[in-house]
Design a protein around this ligand. Structure first.
Ligand SMILES: Cc1ncc(C[n+]2csc(CCOP(=O)(O)OP(=O)(O)O)c2C)c(N)n1
Length: 315
């Protein structure tokens, strides 16, 4: 967030100085006008960025020739901020779902163009595998030695209900092209974005060379539905939520029991594990079905005020 505000402030300063150096005749008026238009267009196209970089090079050359112009000297220090800058915040689930959730929510609600990538390992990995709010039910983690009792928090859904945030859930191993699409769309969106990426981790307790296979199973069980929520689709009268994965084809337990974080409880406390796994199987199906229902809403129901009140609610 701080980075976004800093970049925007430098850009404003550069635009201010650009006017001044045109006034003093140090910089070509037409070049400055082109630079200003491209800076404010906020165009995500790479080609536009390349063209703008070229213009900034010309600007720097013209400013560099004016040895005694203080505004030219100052503009040289901030001229690069006239090229569109992408700001990404990258963090884990412990940060995003738990200890940093208040701050994350603040950034997402700001409306600023900040992209957030959550590498979701479903535990605090760096400090040795403690449970986070992202840890699924039935998984064993530090502080959840007898299996986590509560279901996984749905961070994507919480962000989605703002209606103005680009949200995507991705799993590279299950669908790489969906993940690439999500990154490109998040980058192009002019407001905040949140991408939650399934991230297999040594704390899960399986041979990580098969990580992508495991990601496929997480998606196939419904535990990790792939979707993209793009607020821009509302303007086209479309449902902003697109579900990118198919209904579950395997049980959650078939995926989970490949991993020690679930398997160890089955070995130490089989009854407890069976009970929790029953609930975890249900969590995965319910999670998918909820996303399916939301993605299936007609566009009229997606736009506040657009839907006709039902006869029961009409007075
Ligand atoms: C406010 C705060 N509390 C505690 C820590 C100590 N800390 C450093 S890394 C870490 C684990 C973070 O876990 P997660 O966000 O899931 O990222 P991962 O390690 O899984 O990549 C913690 C608790 C911290 N850096 N900041």
């Amino acid at each position: 967030m701080g980075m976004r505000l800093t970049v925007d402030q430098f850009r404003q300063t550069a635009l201010f100085l650009l006017d001044k150096v045109v006034e003093t005749g140090c910089v070509d008026k037409a070049l400055a006008a082109e630079i200003r238009a491209a800076t404010l267009a906020d165009d995500p196209e790479q080609v536009a960025i390349e063209a703008q970089r070229g213009r900034i090079e010309q600007l720097k050359k013209q400013c560099g020739k004016q040895g005694d112009c203080a505004d030219c000297k100052q503009l040289l220090t901030v001229a690069d901020y006239l090229v569109r800058k992408s700001v990404w915040a990258v963090g884990g689930d412990g940060w995003a779902y738990d200890i940093g959730y208040g701050g994350l929510d603040h950034v997402l609600a700001s409306g600023k163009k900040v992209n957030v990538l959550v590498l979701d390992t479903e535990v605090y990995s760096n400090t040795g595998g403690q449970m986070s709010k992202s840890t699924p039910r039935a998984a064993v983690a530090k502080f959840a030695a007898a299996g986590k009792q509560a279901p996984k928090k749905d961070l994507g859904l919480l962000a989605m209900v703002y209606g103005s945030i680009y949200v995507a859930k991705v799993a590279m191993g299950a669908n790489a092209s969906q993940a690439v699409k999500a990154f490109a769309e998040a980058e192009a969106y002019t407001g905040p974005s949140l991408i939650i990426a399934y991230s297999h981790c040594i704390n899960h307790g399986f041979n990580l060379t098969t990580g992508y296979e495991e990601q496929k199973k997480a998606v196939a069980s419904g535990h990790w539905p792939l979707y993209r929520f793009d607020p821009r689709l509302k303007e086209q009268g479309k449902n902003p939520l697109q579900l990118d994965s198919k209904p579950p084809t395997i049980e959650f337990s078939e995926y989970a029991y490949n991993e020690d974080r679930y398997k160890s409880l089955k070995q130490s406390k089989p009854e407890v594990a069976a009970e929790l796994m029953k609930l975890a199987n249900r969590d995965a199906v319910e999670r998918y079905v909820l996303m399916e229902q939301l993605a299936g809403l007609k566009c009229g129901q997606c736009q506040p005020g657009a839907a006709e009140p039902s006869p029961e609610t009409k007075e």
